[in-house]
Unconditional design. Sequence first.
Length: 202
Amino acid sequence: MFSFGKKAPAPLSIDEELDRIGAGRFHVFTLVACSLTSASQSIILNLLPLLQPCAGYALGRTAPADAASTSTAAFVVACVAAPLIALASDAYGRRPATLAPALVLAAAFGVAVTAPTYISLSVLIAIGSVGMGAPMVPLCLAAELCPPKSRGALLNVINWVWSAATVLVIGMGWLFVGSGAVGGDVDLGWRALLATSTAPLA
Protein backbone atom coordinates (compact mmCIF):
# COMPACT_ATOMS: atom_id res chain seq x y z
CA MET A 1 0.00 0.00 0.00
CA PHE A 2 1.19 3.51 -0.79
CA SER A 3 0.70 6.48 1.55
CA PHE A 4 0.15 9.88 -0.09
CA GLY A 5 0.06 12.05 3.04
CA LYS A 6 -0.39 12.14 6.73
CA LYS A 7 -2.92 9.90 8.33
CA ALA A 8 -6.16 11.73 9.13
CA PRO A 9 -6.61 12.39 12.86
CA ALA A 10 -9.23 10.40 14.69
CA PRO A 11 -12.56 12.22 14.94
CA LEU A 12 -13.30 13.88 18.26
CA SER A 13 -16.22 12.83 20.40
CA ILE A 14 -19.01 15.34 21.03
CA ASP A 15 -17.74 16.10 24.54
CA GLU A 16 -14.16 16.52 23.28
CA GLU A 17 -15.37 18.91 20.59
CA LEU A 18 -17.38 20.91 23.16
CA ASP A 19 -14.29 21.12 25.36
CA ARG A 20 -12.27 22.35 22.40
CA ILE A 21 -14.82 25.05 21.59
CA GLY A 22 -15.19 26.12 25.22
CA ALA A 23 -17.86 28.30 26.83
CA GLY A 24 -18.91 31.60 25.31
CA ARG A 25 -21.75 34.10 24.87
CA PHE A 26 -24.18 31.37 23.85
CA HIS A 27 -23.68 29.60 27.16
CA VAL A 28 -24.14 32.84 29.10
CA PHE A 29 -27.42 33.48 27.30
CA THR A 30 -28.52 29.91 27.92
CA LEU A 31 -27.63 30.20 31.59
CA VAL A 32 -29.74 33.35 31.94
CA ALA A 33 -32.68 31.76 30.09
CA CYS A 34 -32.46 28.58 32.17
CA SER A 35 -32.21 30.55 35.41
CA LEU A 36 -35.24 32.72 34.64
CA THR A 37 -37.43 29.82 33.55
CA SER A 38 -36.32 27.80 36.58
CA ALA A 39 -37.19 30.76 38.81
CA SER A 40 -40.62 31.03 37.21
CA GLN A 41 -41.34 27.38 37.90
CA SER A 42 -40.19 27.72 41.51
CA ILE A 43 -42.29 30.86 42.01
CA ILE A 44 -45.48 29.21 40.77
CA LEU A 45 -44.98 26.05 42.82
CA ASN A 46 -44.29 27.95 46.04
CA LEU A 47 -46.74 30.78 45.45
CA LEU A 48 -49.87 28.65 45.08
CA PRO A 49 -49.99 27.29 48.66
CA LEU A 50 -49.55 30.83 50.05
CA LEU A 51 -51.85 32.58 47.62
CA GLN A 52 -54.90 30.32 47.57
CA PRO A 53 -56.09 30.59 51.20
CA CYS A 54 -55.50 34.34 51.38
CA ALA A 55 -57.10 35.14 48.04
CA GLY A 56 -59.93 32.71 48.73
CA TYR A 57 -60.67 34.36 52.08
CA ALA A 58 -60.57 37.86 50.58
CA LEU A 59 -62.73 36.90 47.58
CA GLY A 60 -65.24 34.83 49.52
CA ARG A 61 -64.18 31.35 48.40
CA THR A 62 -62.92 29.48 51.45
CA ALA A 63 -63.95 25.91 50.61
CA PRO A 64 -60.99 23.49 50.33
CA ALA A 65 -62.35 22.36 46.97
CA ASP A 66 -61.77 25.84 45.55
CA ALA A 67 -58.08 25.80 46.39
CA ALA A 68 -57.77 22.21 45.17
CA SER A 69 -59.39 23.06 41.83
CA THR A 70 -56.99 25.96 41.28
CA SER A 71 -53.93 23.79 41.96
CA THR A 72 -55.29 20.96 39.83
CA ALA A 73 -55.94 23.27 36.89
CA ALA A 74 -52.46 24.77 37.18
CA PHE A 75 -50.71 21.40 37.18
CA VAL A 76 -52.87 19.97 34.40
CA VAL A 77 -52.03 22.95 32.20
CA ALA A 78 -48.34 22.56 33.03
CA CYS A 79 -48.38 18.84 32.21
CA VAL A 80 -50.11 19.45 28.89
CA ALA A 81 -47.91 22.45 28.03
CA ALA A 82 -44.56 20.73 28.66
CA PRO A 83 -44.64 18.26 25.73
CA LEU A 84 -46.27 20.86 23.46
CA ILE A 85 -43.49 23.33 24.24
CA ALA A 86 -40.94 20.62 23.45
CA LEU A 87 -42.60 20.01 20.07
CA ALA A 88 -42.71 23.75 19.42
CA SER A 89 -38.99 24.01 20.17
CA ASP A 90 -38.29 21.43 17.47
CA ALA A 91 -40.55 23.18 14.97
CA TYR A 92 -39.77 26.85 15.65
CA GLY A 93 -36.53 26.86 17.62
CA ARG A 94 -35.70 26.78 21.29
CA ARG A 95 -35.51 30.53 21.82
CA PRO A 96 -39.17 31.29 20.96
CA ALA A 97 -40.26 28.09 22.74
CA THR A 98 -38.57 29.42 25.88
CA LEU A 99 -39.52 33.09 25.67
CA ALA A 100 -43.18 32.69 24.67
CA PRO A 101 -44.28 30.70 27.77
CA ALA A 102 -42.32 33.09 29.99
CA LEU A 103 -44.19 36.04 28.47
CA VAL A 104 -47.51 34.26 28.95
CA LEU A 105 -46.62 33.63 32.58
CA ALA A 106 -45.61 37.23 33.28
CA ALA A 107 -48.68 38.64 31.50
CA ALA A 108 -51.19 36.28 33.13
CA PHE A 109 -49.83 36.74 36.64
CA GLY A 110 -49.56 40.49 36.10
CA VAL A 111 -53.24 40.71 35.20
CA ALA A 112 -54.11 38.31 38.05
CA VAL A 113 -53.03 40.98 40.55
CA THR A 114 -56.21 42.87 39.64
CA ALA A 115 -58.52 39.82 39.49
CA PRO A 116 -61.97 40.80 40.83
CA THR A 117 -63.18 37.24 41.54
CA TYR A 118 -61.66 33.95 42.63
CA ILE A 119 -62.72 32.28 39.38
CA SER A 120 -60.94 34.88 37.25
CA LEU A 121 -57.87 34.53 39.47
CA SER A 122 -57.91 30.74 39.03
CA VAL A 123 -58.25 31.05 35.25
CA LEU A 124 -55.33 33.47 35.04
CA ILE A 125 -53.17 31.26 37.26
CA ALA A 126 -53.97 28.29 35.03
CA ILE A 127 -53.01 30.27 31.92
CA GLY A 128 -49.80 31.44 33.55
CA SER A 129 -48.94 27.87 34.48
CA VAL A 130 -47.96 27.34 30.86
CA GLY A 131 -44.66 28.78 32.08
CA MET A 132 -44.10 25.75 34.29
CA GLY A 133 -43.60 23.66 31.17
CA ALA A 134 -40.88 25.88 29.76
CA PRO A 135 -37.77 25.15 31.91
CA MET A 136 -37.04 21.78 30.34
CA VAL A 137 -36.28 23.23 26.90
CA PRO A 138 -33.35 25.52 27.81
CA LEU A 139 -32.20 23.12 30.54
CA CYS A 140 -31.81 20.30 28.01
CA LEU A 141 -30.07 22.70 25.63
CA ALA A 142 -27.61 23.76 28.34
CA ALA A 143 -26.88 20.18 29.40
CA GLU A 144 -26.33 19.09 25.79
CA LEU A 145 -24.11 21.93 24.60
CA CYS A 146 -22.19 23.01 27.69
CA PRO A 147 -18.55 21.86 27.84
CA PRO A 148 -18.27 18.89 30.22
CA LYS A 149 -15.76 20.71 32.44
CA SER A 150 -18.26 23.48 33.24
CA ARG A 151 -21.53 21.54 32.89
CA GLY A 152 -21.85 20.77 36.59
CA ALA A 153 -21.19 24.37 37.60
CA LEU A 154 -23.79 25.68 35.15
CA LEU A 155 -26.47 23.28 36.35
CA ASN A 156 -25.65 24.15 39.96
CA VAL A 157 -26.15 27.84 39.25
CA ILE A 158 -29.59 27.06 37.84
CA ASN A 159 -30.43 25.14 41.02
CA TRP A 160 -29.24 28.06 43.14
CA VAL A 161 -31.59 30.37 41.26
CA TRP A 162 -34.44 27.92 41.92
CA SER A 163 -33.61 28.03 45.64
CA ALA A 164 -33.32 31.82 45.63
CA ALA A 165 -36.76 32.12 44.02
CA THR A 166 -38.18 29.79 46.67
CA VAL A 167 -36.75 31.92 49.46
CA LEU A 168 -38.06 35.06 47.72
CA VAL A 169 -41.63 33.79 47.60
CA ILE A 170 -41.61 32.57 51.20
CA GLY A 171 -40.11 35.85 52.36
CA MET A 172 -42.68 37.87 50.46
CA GLY A 173 -45.44 35.69 51.90
CA TRP A 174 -44.25 36.41 55.44
CA LEU A 175 -43.86 40.11 54.70
CA PHE A 176 -47.18 40.81 52.98
CA VAL A 177 -49.45 38.17 54.47
CA GLY A 178 -47.93 36.79 57.65
CA SER A 179 -46.72 40.03 59.23
CA GLY A 180 -49.65 42.22 58.17
CA ALA A 181 -47.32 44.69 56.46
CA VAL A 182 -50.19 46.12 54.42
CA GLY A 183 -52.27 47.11 57.43
CA GLY A 184 -53.70 43.64 58.01
CA ASP A 185 -55.76 43.89 54.82
CA VAL A 186 -55.87 40.33 53.45
CA ASP A 187 -57.04 41.46 50.01
CA LEU A 188 -54.18 43.92 49.59
CA GLY A 189 -51.81 41.37 51.10
CA TRP A 190 -52.29 38.62 48.53
CA ARG A 191 -52.25 41.12 45.67
CA ALA A 192 -48.98 42.59 46.93
CA LEU A 193 -47.58 39.08 47.34
CA LEU A 194 -48.50 38.15 43.79
CA ALA A 195 -47.15 41.41 42.35
CA THR A 196 -43.79 41.32 44.13
CA SER A 197 -43.24 37.61 43.58
CA THR A 198 -43.77 37.82 39.83
CA ALA A 199 -42.09 41.20 39.26
CA PRO A 200 -38.68 39.59 38.58
CA LEU A 201 -40.23 37.69 35.66
CA ALA A 202 -41.63 40.76 33.93
